[in-house]
Design a protein around this ligand. Structure first.
Ligand SMILES: [Zn+2]
Length: 77
């Protein structure tokens, strides 16, 4: 079993982990910024989109029914 004991190794290991965390954080923030705002009304059938769905699915523009229909169509035959 190899464990990094050397100070340099520990520092490199720490830095690598820190970088990965910082990168993940950065990506999450970018994704948040680029996500389109959720619509209150479905763009297909103009039904209300429940607030809970908008919270769970940031950027959603369709109600559950239209979205699942769309996904079924996209999913293939
Ligand atoms: Zn709809």
């Amino acid at each position: 079993m190899h464990e990094p004991r050397d100070e340099g190794e520990v520092a490199a290991d720490y830095q690598a982990r820190h970088n990965a965390a910082a990168l993940a954080d950065h990506r999450a923030k970018m994704a948040e910024q680029t996500a389109a705002p959720s619509l209150e009304i479905c763009e297909d059938c103009e039904d209300d989109i429940p607030a809970e769905r908008r919270k769970k699915q940031p950027g959603c523009t369709r109600c559950v029914a239209c979205q699942s229909l769309l996904e079924r169509l996209k999913g293939g035959m």
